[in-house]
Write a protein that binds this ligand. Structure first.
Ligand SMILES: [Zn+2]
Length: 416
């Protein structure tokens, strides 16, 4: 479609390439076809004039844009997206469909009448009346997660290279593999990336930035009981199974993964084993604030102490280990501008960013923990990992404009 903006044309081209990852594979990338897109991206980056664009044996693509003259000495900013799509729905071949000038009604997708885009189920659709929606034909996912990120980054590269007057710091482009199966940064070469700050372009709603995750710890409760024949157990036996169960059921029921959402933390017992003479359980503790996590640790310790007092014949103990901190804390430690500049760039173009809390680990949280602050930025896509996944031409353009603004902001303020 010749009258679509370049970023949308790119997006439609990239989604047609099947790059579905596979959990059951041990290779990297988990599916060789992910390299099909990787190789195409390298070719296109070279055609744009980025001579060092290359794909490594694992399928990761790296490319460098030199800084503009006025921005030499500013931090190097990496833009990261993943080429793979989710293995949870049919992945390809994807036949994208553009629905011009969306009127807010229910859309039935042409390839499968049972697949509809319904504002009742996806209320965000109501914010996109007048947009040009992009979906699959209903037989596959769309793959906006994360071809939208790939298309936006590629278009940023083209636009920056064709406009030398647009100030830019050193920009590192990186496309990763196997994000959807939790291995997105396993083989990422941080030395080669050589970035000071990174942004993953893998978010959803326009204006959203993901930069906060849980603080995480794990408690391990051990009960040593006293086992004698049940027939002569009175005043002798200490049953580790029932004592452990007592402790676990005393955890607040309203603070479990199945009863919480948004910014609420939880306790999640996820493993228990044992018999009368000994039993053990493991509990995940999650909280967005450090104080909240400390309170959860204290509560577990208090429950264990209470059980120990109540059952003097048993030995009850707990050990608690920290797993990881809120990604925001890691970012604050290495370079808080990763977030503050993102907000400032949004304000400059009239977008008020909203910080989202993520109830799980992400590539960005792992990179942030490794010392590379990496918030996640919106691409405008919705209903990921489903056959009614969608994005819009206008959202892709907004994401593109925002990333260019962010790049400019770093060039103009990165030395401050
Ligand atoms: Zn993704």
């Amino acid at each position: 479609m010749a009258d679509l903006p370049a970023v949308a044309e790119r997006f439609l081209r990239y989604v047609r390439i099947d790059t579905q990852s596979d959990r059951d594979s041990d290779t990297t990338p988990s599916t060789a076809k992910q390299k099909d897109l990787g190789r195409l991206l390298v070719e296109e980056l070279r055609e744009l004039g980025i001579g060092d664009a290359a794909i490594d044996e694992h399928g990761y693509v790296y490319a460098n844009l030199a800084p503009s003259e006025q921005a030499e000495g500013t931090p190097a900013i990496a833009l990261v997206a993943h080429v793979d799509t989710s293995p949870d729905e049919p992945g390809g071949p994807v036949e994208p469909v553009v629905h011009r000038d969306y009127d807010g009604s229910v859309i039935t997708l042409p390839g499968d009448p049972s697949v509809t885009l319904d504002p009742e189920r996806s209320p965000e659709l109501r914010d996109h009346v007048g947009h040009d929606l992009i979906t699959s034909d209903g037989t596959t996912l769309l793959g906006s997660d994360d071809k939208a990120g790939v298309a936006v980054i590629m278009q940023v590269a083209e636009d920056l290279l064709s406009d030398p007057s647009h100030p830019r710091p050193p920009v590192r482009i990186c496309f990763t593999v196997d994000e959807e199966i939790g291995r997105g940064v396993d083989k990422l070469d941080l030395k080669r990336l050589a970035a000071d700050v990174a942004y993953t372009l893998d978010g959803t709603t326009v204006g959203n930035i993901d930069s906060a995750t849980f603080n995480a710890a794990e408690a391990r409760i051990k009960v040593e009981g006293v086992n004698v024949h049940p027939g002569t157990a009175k005043d002798v036996m200490a049953n580790a199974v029932t004592i452990l169960a007592e402790i676990l059921t005393a955890l607040p029921a309203g603070e479990a993964p199945e009863t919480t959402e948004g910014g609420e933390g939880y306790f999640c017992p996820y493993q228990m084993a044992g018999n009368i003479s000994g039993a053990e359980a493991r509990i995940l503790l999650r909280d967005f604030t450090a104080e909240g996590l400390a309170r959860r640790k204290r509560l577990v310790e208090q429950l264990v102490e209470a059980a120990a007092t109540k059952h003097p014949r048993a030995t009850v103990s707990v050990s608690i280990e920290d797993n990881y901190k809120n990604m925001r804390d890691y970012i604050e430690e290495s370079d808080p501008r990763a977030i503050s500049f993102a907000f400032a760039a949004g304000r400059e173009m009239g977008i008020e960013l909203t910080e989202q809390t993520i109830r799980g680990g992400t590539d960005g949280s792992r990179l942030s923990e490794l010392g590379l602050p990496t918030p996640n930025i919106f691409t405008g896509g919705h209903d990921y990992h489903s056959r009614f996944e969608w994005n819009t031409v206008q959202n892709l353009e907004t994401s593109l404009a925002y990333v260019k603004q962010l790049i400019r902001y770093w060039a103009e303020h990165g030395r401050d």
